[in-house]
Design a protein around this ligand. Sequence first.
Ligand SMILES: Nc1ncnc2c1ncn2[C@@H]1O[C@H](COP(=O)(O)OP(=O)(O)O)[C@@H](O)[C@H]1O
Ligand SMILES: [Mg+2]
Length: 267
Amino acid sequence: MNLFSRKTTPLKKLTPENIAVNIESLSVELNNKVVLDNISMRIPAYSITSIIGQSGCGKTTLLNSMNRMNELITDHKITGHIWMDKRDINHKRENVARLRTNVGMVFQQPNPFPMTIYENVGFGLKLQQQYSRRQIDDAIEKALINAGLWDEVKDRLHEPAMILSGGQQQRLMIARALALKPQILLLDEPTSALDPLATLFIEELMQSLKQHTTIVMVTHNMQQAARISDYTAFIHKGELIEYTDSDSLFTQPKHKQTEDYITGRYG
Ligand SMILES: Nc1ncnc2c1ncn2[C@@H]1O[C@H](COP(=O)(O)OP(=O)(O)O)[C@@H](O)[C@H]1O
Ligand SMILES: [Mg+2]
């Protein structure tokens, strides 16, 4: 019996043109501990990839590699390449601020700034200091529409973001990232703090966002990975064990470790 029902159709044929992120032999050491060991994976554009694995296996570190967040840890050693648009993002001359604009990030706990809804979404645009008030207003409206939040907040844009529910706040965080028109959206357990209805809302939102964005999501919920992601990567103790279309991974895993994990043999 297949426990993992699916409703998406993956891109089957991978060509270099539709690879959004090409990770080549990435290793990451944090405070002298090997956290990721020689990871290579090619993430297809305009699709949803889930990263699954036990707590502490390196999922967040892998996600953080894609916008160079690991460098915020004082003692880090990163080797290997991550190619996006033919540029190696790990290159020392790469513009990290530009990279983080292009690769948006949403965390497990919604973290709105203590500001209004409007200011939260417009925050990154304002920082860039190159847009008129009118352009910023338009971008904020568009981002809120794309995040499925506009109708709920359009009459109270200038109220504090803190008045929103958890699910609304998480969509606000997605809107904040979308306002910068990222090519890639990274989400680290984006629904684990949400109730089932708010979770469903975010899952449906992700399905619509992938038309314009490549989505990489960490989740500890395998049903969620199977339900909404086109591709799934299984990480075990810092190693990439298996990365393939979600159908295959959940129904015919090629590796015993994957099978043990998806059948719940270890947490
Ligand atoms: N700043 C750090 N210094 C040392 N080790 C860390 C640091 N951050 C994470 N780790 C270790 O790296 C491993 C992977 O962490 P993480 O990527 O957060 O895992 P996951 O998201 O899969 O739970 C864990 O063993 C964790 O203890
Ligand atoms: Mg994590």
